[in-house]
Design a binder for this molecule. Structure first.
Ligand code: BGC
Length: 415
């Protein structure tokens, strides 16, 4: 009798401990496509297994523009979610406003300073303290291609922009859409920055990190705008308003030959059961082999009052850095783990190429932050660039010379 009573009371204690610890985290993110949802579900499940409650706050719209608008209105109302998908310099903006919570204890326990490359850990800190946890590193300057279409059109995979247009002419003549593209400002910016990168990492950095006026107005930038506009002739007429993942499905389904898009596109191929090197191929965007525009996804943690929610937040941050999570998440997402020294065997050739380019680029200056994906400039400057780039793409009469002038002025006004 005594034994049973003892057993029960220890059970009661452990249940109480678990309940005291269990909390709810509301997570705002924009991972709503097939591949993205499969990735975030891994984290959801892990949190639920830990006894926590995951309150999903998904705001559709790739690239995160809509999600950021929703986040701002929640924060202004004094009710931000516990965690939000925030990246790059935007983390600093939220830190400046005093919204973020300190994750140093978890980071120290997990040795984040040791297991993360500095280019990643720097972004996760505000004022020297961890306030966000990274899940991955995306490479943005990728080209995804359907090899069957290339074969049918008698075209070769392009490695320069000149070759791109040669191949695109053949593909068009064979009755396919050469370039799968959607109609959102961030998709335009993704294509635009890939073309800019092909002018060299130094040029890219001077333009989008240094915001150097002479570079922004120079002949190379005029050329970038011209090439960018030329791609418009190789996009189908239905592109306006199209989501990025629908554009990816055009390559998957054999309607379009190529898409210039970050490796979250690979998540869509994976979710559709397609294999790299067989059903589709990945190449660096033309003229950018060996270069790497990085885009690190992270969840920043907001200050919350509830103690259980605070505990759940810390657990969430801890789980995100666990090697098993980093592996499974990134196999689904198309990116590579943010942690260093992870086993590579389960990853495909595209991920291996990305891992190699990341490591090599770190010492050659070819690892540069993605402007289009919020890693290079403040949200104000990014918005200004988006506006010029998108207006130019959709305005037949604006010349490349006018565009660089607008770009330089818009950047200056938003700095
Ligand atoms: C994010 C990716 C996401 C993509 C499309 C990017 O800005 O970093 O995680 O898959 O947008 O939604």
């Amino acid at each position: 009798m005594k034994k049973i009573a003892l057993g029960l009371s220890s059970l009661a204690i452990s249940v109480a401990a678990a309940t005291a610890h269990a909390g709810e985290v509301e997570v705002l993110h924009w991972w709503t496509s097939g591949g993205e949802a499969a990735s975030i579900n891994v984290l959801k499940d892990l949190m639920t297994e830990e006894g926590h409650t995951w309150k999903d706050f998904a705001v559709a719209g790739g690239g995160g523009e809509s999600a950021m608008t929703v986040l701002k209105s929640r924060a202004i109302a004094g009710n931000p979610p516990a965690a939000a998908q925030i990246k790059g310099p935007t983390i600093q903006e939220w830190g400046d406003l005093g919204f973020l919570t300190n994750l140093d204890a978890v980071a120290e326990q997990g040795q984040w300073d040791v297991v993360l490359p500095q280019v990643v850990s720097d972004v996760m800190k505000y004022d020297g303290h961890y306030v966000a946890a990274p899940v991955n590193v995306h490479r943005v300057n990728w080209m995804w291609a359907n090899p069957e279409i290339f074969k049918k059109a008698g075209a070769s995979i392009p490695t320069t922009w000149d070759q791109f247009f040669e191949a695109a002419d053949k593909i068009k003549a064979a009755g396919f859409t050469p370039l799968a593209h959607g109609g959102q400002a961030w998709q335009d910016a993704t294509l635009f920055e890939a073309i800019a990168l092909s002018k060299g990492s130094q040029f890219y950095s001077a333009a989008f990190v240094g915001l150097d006026d002479a570079t922004l107005r120079g002949d190379d930038m005029i050329d970038v705008f011209k090439t960018f506009k030329k791609t418009r002739d190789y996009v189908d007429s239905g592109f306006s308003g199209r989501d990025w993942n629908i554009a990816t499905s055009m390559v998957i389904n054999g309607d379009a030959a190529m898409q210039i898009m970050g490796d979250w596109a690979k998540g869509e191929f994976t979710a559709a059961g397609k294999k790299a090197g067989i059903d589709y191929v990945c190449y660096a965007a033309p003229g950018t082999s060996g270069q790497f525009t990085f885009n690190i996804d992270s969840l920043a943690m907001f200050q919350v009052d509830d103690e259980n929610a605070q505990g759940a937040q810390q657990d969430l941050a801890k789980l995100m850095l666990e090697p098993t999570f980093q592996e499974t998440f990134n196999l689904n997402k198309g990116s590579i783990p943010a942690r260093l020294n992870m086993p590579r065997d389960k990853f495909d050739t595209c991920a291996h190429a990305s891992m190699d380019a990341f490591l090599a680029g770190s010492s050659t200056g070819d690892l540069v932050p993605s402007m289009a994906h919020g890693m290079a400039v403040s949200s104000m400057v990014q918005g200004a660039i988006y506006d010029v780039v998108t207006n130019f793409y959709n305005n037949e009469s604006m010349t490349a010379e006018e565009a660089v002038d607008r770009l330089a002025r818009a950047i200056k006004a938003s700095m």
